[in-house]
Design a protein around this ligand. Structure first.
Ligand code: CP
Ligand code: NVA
Length: 309
C-alpha cells in the first residue's frame, strides 16, 4: 500500500513509472467510450472514497472517471455532512470506518496536518487531492501533458511559472527536482517561494530561478504555467493582491518573450491572470491538460493499490 501525498516524498523512479503507465493506458483507450472499463479491469470491486472540504470540479470528476475506467467505483462525501465535519467524531474513528468500508481515500483539505493524521489512522491508501502545501495529482498530470505535447522528456525543456507561490507551484518545484527540469518563476518579491521549499531544493542539490520581472522569467520558455492569484480560501486583501500582480498578467506581449512554440497551461479555475486571447488561443492546451488528469490519476490509483505494471 502506498500513499500519494507529496511529490517530494515519492521516488523519481515511481513518478516516472506512473507517467509511463498513463501513456500506455491512454493509447489503449482510444476506441473506448467514457465509462467503458480498461481491459482486465485492474481495480474491479474497489471503492475509492473521496472527501472534499473545498470546492472542486475537475478533481472530483477525474477521480470518478479514473476509478470507473479501472473497474471500481467511487463515493463522494461532503465533510459538513459527516460527524467529523461537525466536530462529533475523531479522525481516528472516521479513518477506521473509511478503512472498513473502502479501499482508498482521496482528501481535499485546507489543513496539511489533517492528511497526515488520516495517514496515521487509515489502513488504506490516502491521496492528496489538494492541500495548502501541495497539489500533487495535478502537477504529475501536467508533466504528462507537457511531454505529450512537446514529445520530449520534460528534463529537456524550460518550464516557467508566472504567479503566486501556492500549492500548485510547490508541487511544480518538487517535480522540477524529481524530473530534473529547469524551472523559472516570475512573481512579485513579496510572493516568492518560502524558505522551507527553497531549502528543500538546495538540500537536493538543485536550483530554481526566481525573477521579479515577468519578461526575464518567460525568456526562452517552452512552457508557461499559471494559476489564480487568489487561491481557494486565500484570506488576503484580494484587490490589493491582484494589483500587486498586475504586470504579471499573461498576454500576447509577455508570451512574445518565450520561444515561438511555447505552450500555455493552467490548472483551472482561472481568474484574471491571463487574457482570453492567450487562454483560448492556439498556444493554450488547457482542455487537454484537464482531461489528462483522468489518465494520470488512473496510474496513480494503480500505484497506490500496488497494481502498477
Ligand atoms: N485543477 C483543479 O484541481 O480543479 P478543481 O478545483 O475543479 O478540482
Ligand atoms: N491554487 C489553486 C488551485 C486550484 C485547483 C487553489 O488552491 O485554489
Amino acid at each position: 500500500m502506498k500513499h500519494f501525498i507529496n511529490l517530494k516524498d515519492i521516488s523519481s523512479r515511481d513518478l516516472k513509472k506512473i507517467i509511463i503507465d498513463a501513456k500506455k493506458r491512454k493509447k489503449l483507450r482510444k476506441t473506448l467510450s467514457t465509462l467503458e472499463v480498461d481491459k482486465g479491469a485492474p481495480l474491479k470491486g474497489k471503492l475509492l472514497i473521496q472527501m472534499f472540504e473545498k470546492s472542486s470540479l475537475r478533481t472530483r470528476l477525474s477521480f470518478y472517471l479514473a476509478i470507473k475506467q479501472l473497474g471500481g467505483g467511487t463515493l463522494t462525501l461532503r465533510s459538513n455532512e459527516l460527524h467529523l465535519g461537525q466536530g462529533g467524531e475523531s479522525i481516528a474513528d472516521t479513518a477506521k470506518i473509511l478503512s472498513t468500508y473502502g479501499d482508498g481515500f482521496m482528501l481535499r483539505t485546507d489543513n496539511d496536518k489533517k492528511i497526515e493524521n488520516f495517514r496515521k489512522y487509515l489502513s488504506i491508501p490516502v491521496i492528496n487531492g489538494l492541500s495548502p502545501s501541495s497539489h500533487p495529482t495535478q502537477v504529475l498530470s501536467d508533466i504528462f501533458t507537457v511531454e505529450e505535447i512537446k514529445k520530449k522528456p520534460i528534463s529537456k525543456l524550460n518550464i516557467c511559472w508566472i504567479g503566486d507561490s501556492n500549492n500548485v507551484l510547490d508541487s511544480l518545484i518538487a517535480a522540477s527536482v524529481k524530473f530534473s527540469f529547469k524551472l523559472s518563476i516570475g512573481c512579485p518579491e513579496k510572493f516568492e517561494p518560502g524558505a522551507k521549499v527553497r531549502n528543500w531544493v538546495k538540500k537536493n542539490k538543485k536550483k530554481i530561478f526566481i525573477y521579479n520581472d515577468p519578461k526575464k522569467a518567460v525568456l526562452n520558455a517552452d512552457v508557461i504555467f499559471s494559476d489564480k492569484v487568489i487561491s481557494l480560501n486565500d484570506k488576503v486583501n484580494k484587490k490589493k493582491k491582484i494589483a500587486q500582480f498586475k504586470k504579471f498578467k499573461i498576454d500576447n506581449k509577455l508570451m512574445g518573450y518565450a520561444k515561438k512554440d511555447c505552450i500555455f497551461l493552467h490548472c483551472l479555475p482561472r481568474g484574471n491572470e491571463v487574457t482570453d486571447d492567450i487562454f483560448l488561443g492556439k498556444k493554450s492546451h488547457v482542455w487537454q491538460q484537464a482531461l489528462n488528469r483522468v489518465h494520470v490519476q488512473k496510474s496513480i490509483l494503480l500505484y497506490c493499490f500496488g497494481k502498477l505494471r
